[in-house]
Every structure is written in structure tokens, then in C-alpha cells.
Design a protein around this ligand. Structure first.
Ligand code: ARG
Length: 438
């Protein structure tokens, strides 16, 4: 079926047609200046903009357009100095709804056919539990994936798991030194519980790390072992990734989002490219030495003290961090995945990070004018007091517990209401509380 015109285009067409009848040819081709309005469905200020060229008083021109408008589709009134207030006729709207309903694509067509979008979303961290902060990125990202796919686009989901970095050396070393801690599970212990144990192991490891310089050194050696591909260390790391991704998948399935293990492309994926990424930036003169670290600077970015704020590509100790990895993501997605658009669905506090990464990628040529990179930001989930959502003891709220609480809330609400649902049917309604997040 042919594309159904959106109400906005319909009104634009109607005003343009009236302009054709009321104005000389060269003026009738101008933009009809239709905008949403508070006084009607839409308004057009075209009479104000064309009156002088048309050699007519503004109000008179507005009146002329009003007379020429096809009142069956769009009715109009003239107000003020010559505004046209435009209202779409109910019959028009109903016939649009009818036409859209008759089409399984709702009359939208496939405007994104032939384009590819990479959507980076969810991205929880290995060996840590998913928490309330991961809910928005997961849900908003999945929603974008579905909409873009429906519009005909080719969409590549990328779950940028936090699966690499010095913290894994620390955790693996701690695990090695505490063989008594059962994190590998056993009968009756699911992936969710295992990750829960890992999460507390991680915190214990961090405490030891902060208190014991000898452990710091052993953890450092473990990082070296991990990065140089030591089989035993890599084996434990793989187990950590496996257990965590299984637990994440359970939550994804519960939320009904599209993410699967095939979409996982964690930070470790880009490790192999970091040397090249840095070499290209240095060669282009974009990354420069600053006190032993390798940094990119920006003309328009200075901190509160007036000093330039750098993007640190390589730390003083030679290690690569979050920024280097994200430079590698953008290069990979643009060049290898041939994306036309790259969306990063990440919380608003990382806006500066992405501004710097995108700017650097443009300067070095990884992003061309044909590729759009967008940070899709969202705010912090707030608790009842208007402060960040935390548990009573001040910790972050586990996503699995939040979903359990939603289901419990629904169970109570259903218990307090008159209904005749029982058994599976009742349980289905209660479990649907989780879907209220998606
Ligand atoms: N793992 C990160 C976090 O938990 C989010 C990663 C977002 N994606 C990215 N390409 N930086 O904060």
C-alpha cells in the first residue's frame, strides 16, 4: 500500500495547495511554515513571511489562504497579525487510522531500508550483579532496536560488557588465594546466586587491595598474566564471563528484551585493536604525550580551573582504559561493521566522555560525514525521596530483586481487588508486572 501521510505532512500539503491557488508561482513553492500549535493542531506563519514579497497586507494574505484551504481536510481560522490556525478534520484522522490499520506496517513504509545502525546498550559488568542503573539502558536500547528494525533498518545489537581491565587481575588473584569460597556453584545454585557470591568476592578483593601492598603486587602480576594470555588465568576469566553472561541472560529473558549471547561484544573484544588505535592517533598528531600519559586535548573543553580536560588514551603506567576501548569501538563499528549510525545508550553522566570520543574519531577520520554517532543519554533512577535509588543500607538495588518486588507488588494488588482469575491466568497477570518496565 502507499505510504499514509502523517497528519503533519497532510497539513503541509494542504497549505502548499492553498498557496498555489492564492499566490504567484515563484512564491507558492516556498516552505508553508507549518508548526505544532498550542491553539489548534498546527499553525502556519507563512502569511507573515510572504506578505511583503506578495505585496499584500499580512492579514489579507492570511484571509486569502484561509479561503483557498480545502475545509474538508483541514479547517482554518485567522488570528492576530495573520497567523493561520489549522485543525485536521476528524473524518480525515479517522480515514488515516483506517488506512493504517489495514496495513500490517501501519502505513509507515520502510524509510530506513538500506541503512545500518549499531546500538550499544545494557553493558553490565562481569562478576558484578546487574543493578537498577542497568534497567534504563536495557529497556531504552531494546526499544530503539525494535523501532529501527520496524522502520526497515538493519540493526546490530552490541552488548559492551565490562569484561576487561585491571580489576579482573585483582579478582582472579583473590579467588586463587581463597579456594575455600564456593563461587562455582553446585546443585541448587543458579547463575544468579553465583554472580551474587562473585559480587561479594569482588568487594572483599577490593578491600584487601586497598589495605595490603603485597596483594597489590600479586594482583598486578596477575593482570600481566591475564594480558599475556596465561592459560590458567584466562581459564578462570572465561569461567567468570560465562557465569555472568548466563545470569544476565536470565534477566534479559525475564524482561523480554532481544539481547542474546550473540550480541555480546565486551571490552575484551577490542583489546587486540588498542595498539593500532593508539598508533593511528599518534601518527595523526592527535594523541600527544602529557606527563608520561598519552592524551587527546580539545580546544573547547576546559575544567573548572581553566585547565584543558584531556581524554586519556594510555595511562602513565602503559595501561589502556575505558577511553581507549571506546575509541576502538567507534573505529570498529564504523569501518568493520559499516554502520551509518552508532547509538550509545549510556547514562547522562558519561556525556563528556562520548563528546570527547566522537570528536577524536572525527578528527582522525574514523567517523566521516556519512556516519552519525549519537550518545542517547538517560538520567539516574531516583528513589521516593528524589535521591538516587538505593537500598535501605545505602547499596545499589539489584535488578533481580527489583523485578521480584514488582511481581510481589502486583500479587498484593491483585489480592486486594475483586476478580475471578485463578491459577495460571492469575499468575500471568502478576508476572506481567515485570513487563511494566519494558
Ligand atoms: N559498562 C559500562 C558501565 O557499566 C557501560 C558501557 C557503555 N558502553 C560503552 N561503549 N561505553 O558503566
Amino acid at each position: 500500500m502507499t505510504e499514509v501521510l502523517a497528519a503533519f505532512s497532510l497539513v503541509e500539503h494542504a497549505v502548499s495547495a492553498a498557496m498555489t491557488r492564492a499566490l504567484p508561482r515563484e512564491l507558492s513553492k516556498r516552505d508553508p511554515l507549518v508548526r505544532p500549535s498550542e491553539h489548534a493542531d498546527f499553525q502556519s506563519n507563512v502569511a507573515l513571511s510572504l506578505a511583503r514579497d506578495a505585496g499584500m497586507p499580512t492579514r489579507e494574505l492570511a484571509q486569502a489562504l484561509h479561503h483557498e484551504l480545502d475545509g474538508n481536510a483541514v479547517s482554518s481560522t485567522v488570528s492576530g497579525p495573520g497567523f493561520l490556525n489549522l485543525t485536521v478534520a476528524d473524518a480525515q484522522l479517522w480515514s488515516q487510522v483506517e488506512a493504517r490499520l489495514a496495513d500490517h506496517r501501519l502505513g509507515l513504509g520502510l524509510p530506513l531500508a538500506g541503512t545500518r545502525t549499531v546500538v550499544d546498550y545494557s553493558a553490565p559488568n562481569i562478576a558484578k550483579e546487574m543493578h537498577v542503573g542497568h534497567l534504563r539502558t536495557t529497556v531504552i536500547g531494546d526499544c530503539l532496536v525494535r523501532v529501527l528494525t520496524f522502520l526497515g533498518g538493519d540493526v546490530v545489537r552490541q552488548n559492551h560488557l565490562g569484561d576487561w581491565g585491571t580489576q579482573f587481575g585483582m579478582l582472579i588473584q583473590y579467588i586463587d588465594e581463597h579456594p575455600e569460597v564456593q563461587w562455582r556453584g553446585g546443585t541448587g545454585c543458579g547463575a544468579g546466586e553465583q554472580v551474587s557470591v562473585l559480587d561479594s568476592l569482588y568487594r572483599a578483593a577490593r578491600q584487601t587491595f586497598d589495605a595490603d601492598p603485597a596483594f597489590v603486587e600479586r594482583a598486578r602480576l596477575r593482570v600481566v598474566a591475564l594480558q599475556s594470555g596465561d592459560e590458567v588465568t584466562l581459564g578462570v576469566w572465561r569461567e567468570l564471563v560465562e557465569v555472568s553472561t548466563r545470569a544476565f541472560q536470565q534477566l534479559y529473558d525475564r524482561l523480554g528484551v532481544l539481547l542474546t549471547e550473540q550480541d555480546c561484544a565486551g571490552e575484551s573484544t577490542y583489546n587486540q585493536f588498542l595498539d593500532e588505535v593508539v598508533a593511528e592517533l599518534v601518527e595523526a598528531g592527535i594523541a600527544v604525550d602529557s606527563d608520561g600519559a598519552l592524551c587527546v586535548f580539545f580546544d573547547d573543553l576546559t575544567g573548572p580551573d581553566g585547565e584543558p580536560v584531556p581524554l586519556i588514551v594510555r595511562k602513565k603506567d602503559g595501561g589502556y582504559g575505558y577511553a581507549a576501548t571506546d575509541l576502538a569501538t567507534i573505529r570498529y563499528r564504523s569501518r568493520k561493521l559499516e554502520a551509518d549510525r552508532i547509538l550509545y545508550v549510556v547514562d547522562a553522566r558519561q556525556a563528556l566522555h562520548f563528546q570527547m570520543v566522537f570528536d577524536t574519531a572525527r578528527r582522525v577520520g574514523w567517523l566521516t560525514d556519512d556516519v552519525e554517532a549519537v550518545h542517547v543519554p538517560f538520567g539516574t533512577v531516583m528513589g521516593p525521596g528524589g535521591t538516587p535509588f538505593k537500598t535501605r543500607s545505602g547499596g545499589t538495588v539489584r535488578l533481580s530483586e527489583l523485578l521480584d518486588a514488582a511481581v510481589e507488588g502486583a500479587r498484593e494488588a491483585m489480592a486486594g481487588k475483586p476478580h475471578d482469575l485463578t491459577g495460571d491466568a492469575l499468575e500471568q497477570v502478576i508476572q506481567a508486572a515485570v513487563a511494566s518496565f519494558t
